[in-house]
Design a protein around this ligand. Structure first.
Ligand code: SAM
Length: 229
């Protein structure tokens, strides 16, 4: 499964940013800012962004932790992180990027103040294992933050289902040349255990003393924050 996911992201890596901005109407930028705010990140802190892709969340973190802080973006797909160093440099930000699997992080215990993952946890084979790993590399009292899609309820439910099942594969396919990828992404979002179900996974990981969730844009996405034991 992991190898399939890696290949899929490699195949859309050069069009990923364009497709993201078009398909989300740019709202993912707002979600990332909320995520960083909820992480409680402050100047001088060390942050690990897992499944960083093209580095957008790492960039928002770096602006907050500043030059005295440190941000490392990691992803298991080398093609996805290829544009990231150039993007950071064009914004005068120094961020390191490395290839690493979120389920098996090559970092020592307690190295970071915060670890994060945006739209990546639903793609890993074992989300509890990834949560444990992300908590292991964070100091006790530090935070693990997760931004991930959910399933909106109420008035947004039907239009969002239509959008994600019909419009996303069509437009994502046109932009990236890989319609299957933009069918897979909404399909995995539709079945992902969001909200209270994800909080239960966080509890099962045994890694957090407290955890909370905030729904964004009517439940289209959620931010989860866990305080590391
Ligand atoms: C939808 S993209 C999100 C990228 C980026 N975080 C963002 O917010 O735009 C999902 C990313 O997760 C990465 N990924 C999936 N499974 C992974 C794993 N086990 N370890 C590290 N990265 C993984 C993929 O390579 C891909 O770059």
């Amino acid at each position: 499964m992991s190898e399939e996911v890696r290949r899929m992201f490699a195949s859309i890596s050069d069009k990923y940013d364009t497709a993201n901005s078009v398909l989300s109407f740019g709202i993912h930028h707002f979600w990332r800012h909320v995520t960083v705010k909820m992480s409680g990140a402050s100047k001088g802190q060390a942050v690990l962004d897992c499944a960083t892709g093209t580095g957008d969340l790492a960039i928002v973190f770096k602006r907050v932790v500043g030059s005295e802080g440190y941000v490392l973006g990691t992803d298991f797909c080398k093609e996805m992180i290829e544009p990231a160093p150039g993007k950071a440099a064009s914004k005068n930000l120094k961020i390191d990027f490395e290839v690493a699997d979120a389920m098996n992080l090559p970092y020592k215990d307690d190295r970071f103040d915060i670890s994060s993952i945006a739209f990546g946890i639903r793609n890993v084979d074992d989300p509890i294992k990834a949560l444990k790993e992300m908590a292991r590399v964070v100091k006790p009292g530090g935070r693990v933050v997760v931004l991930e899609f959910g399933q909106p309820k109420g008035l947004l439910k039907v239009p969002y289902q239509f959008y994600s099942k019909k419009v996303m594969p069509f437009i994502g396919g046109l932009i990236s040349g890989n319609k299957d990828a933009y069918t897979y992404l909404p399909e995995t979002s539709a079945i992902f255990p969001a909200g209270d179900k994800f909080l239960a996974l966080m509890d099962q990981s045994g890694a957090f003393s407290k955890r909370k969730a905030r729904s964004l844009t009517g439940g289209i996405a959620f931010v989860y924050v866990g305080i590391v034991k």
